[in-house]
Design a protein around this ligand. Structure first.
Ligand SMILES: [Zn+2]
Ligand SMILES: [Zn+2]
Length: 328
């Protein structure tokens, strides 16, 4: 099989054409990868900003694949089925978090494209118990961003509560999906991009945002909640300053630059700051059932597998509209 692999952090990925195609274990499926989304988390892994990745590593945790072979313990799937593989790749089922319905916080969790090889490849193994069936309406490329940008975006939105005026900081892959869900629920969306990024602001307006501006701007009205998808700690006090009493700020990314000091008065009046970590399988089932009813559409930019470094560079530099997707 072919894969783009990371040998060490702070290195470019390199194409390996002759890796042995692995055999599925008892609970695993071998997938032919049809598309794999490129997520900001992949950049954090490549840049060495997350501790202890598997090395060498095949990144990628938004995999749309077709079942080629199944382990003896897999039920409910057959060769040819299209499924999605998300970030959450394994949980122990035993720890206090698993036993209290919070498997996203599992002490022994393993993650696709981080501590398990992922989908920057033409084949991938996945534990079938953590995969999701995908509704037919979307192409393989269009469905890929649902598997992290959509899914973790959905959890981020859910944890913000029923805010009428919703701010979204960082208008990339996750935001462009979340905005569609928020609008569908009747929430009002205010989009914040890098200052001067008119293209992203136009994109946000086209998806139903009623206002779009730079992240240093004040929105025309106070926000009831804000979601932060950009990995920029300075956005936390900026969002607090834009948020009404009792408002919630939810940080949706796995990594962020340090949050600068800010006066307690920004947090006062029962404002809340929280993060979102990973996903539960229930998040995935809820979101993937909801998405086709809206229906969520994705805007994607496809790259050949061998151009994974170019896709990551475009994501880093903010040159993408929507989501980058690799096609083996
Ligand atoms: Zn656990
Ligand atoms: Zn992701």
């Amino acid at each position: 099989m072919r894969a783009m692999r990371l040998a060490a952090a702070h290195q470019r990925l390199s194409l390996d054409e002759h890796l042995p195609t692995p055999l599925p274990g008892p609970h695993q499926v071998l997938l032919r990868v049809a598309a794999c989304g490129v997520c900001r988390t992949d950049l954090h892994v490549v840049d060495g900003e997350l501790p202890s990745p598997k090395l060498p590593l095949v990144p990628g945790h938004e995999i749309v694949g077709y079942v080629e072979a199944l382990g003896a313990g897999v039920s409910g799937l057959k060769p040819g089925d299209r499924i999605g593989v998300p970030w959450l790749g394994f949980t122990c089922g035993q720890c206090a978090y698993c036993r209290s319905g919070r498997e996203n916080l599992c002490d022994n969790a393993r993650f696709t494209g981080y501590t398990i090889d992922g989908g920057y490849a033409d084949h991938a193994l996945a534990d079938a118990r953590y995969c999701f069936p995908l509704a037919p309406g979307l192409s393989d490329v269009a469905a890929a961003p649902l598997l992290c940008a959509g899914l973790i975006g959905y959890r981020t939105l859910r944890l913000a509560g029923p805010a009428e005026r919703l701010g979204i900081y960082g208008f990339g892959a996750a935001a462009h999906i979340v905005a569609q869900i928020a609008r569908h629920r009747g929430q009002r969306v205010f989009a914040f991009t890098r200052d001067g990024d008119r293209e992203s602001q136009e994109f946000a307006l086209s998806l139903g945002a009623e206002w779009a501006g730079g992240s240093s701007e004040k929105p025309p009205q106070e926000l009831d909640a804000a979601l932060i998808f950009a990995p920029v700690g300075a956005l936390v006090p900026a969002a607090l300053a834009a948020t009404a009493k009792g408002g919630t700020i939810v940080c949706g990314g796995i990594h962020m630059s340090d949050i600068p000091r800010f006066p307690y008065s920004l947090l006062w009046e029962e404002r809340i700051i929280r993060s979102v970590a990973n996903l539960t399988r229930q998040d995935g089932e809820e979101f993937l059932a909801l998405a086709p009813t809206i229906p969520v559409r994705t805007v994607t930019q496809a790259y050949p597998l061998a151009q994974a470094n170019e896709a990551l560079a475009d994501l880093r530099e903010g040159r993408l509209t929507g989501a980058a997707v690799l096609v083996p």
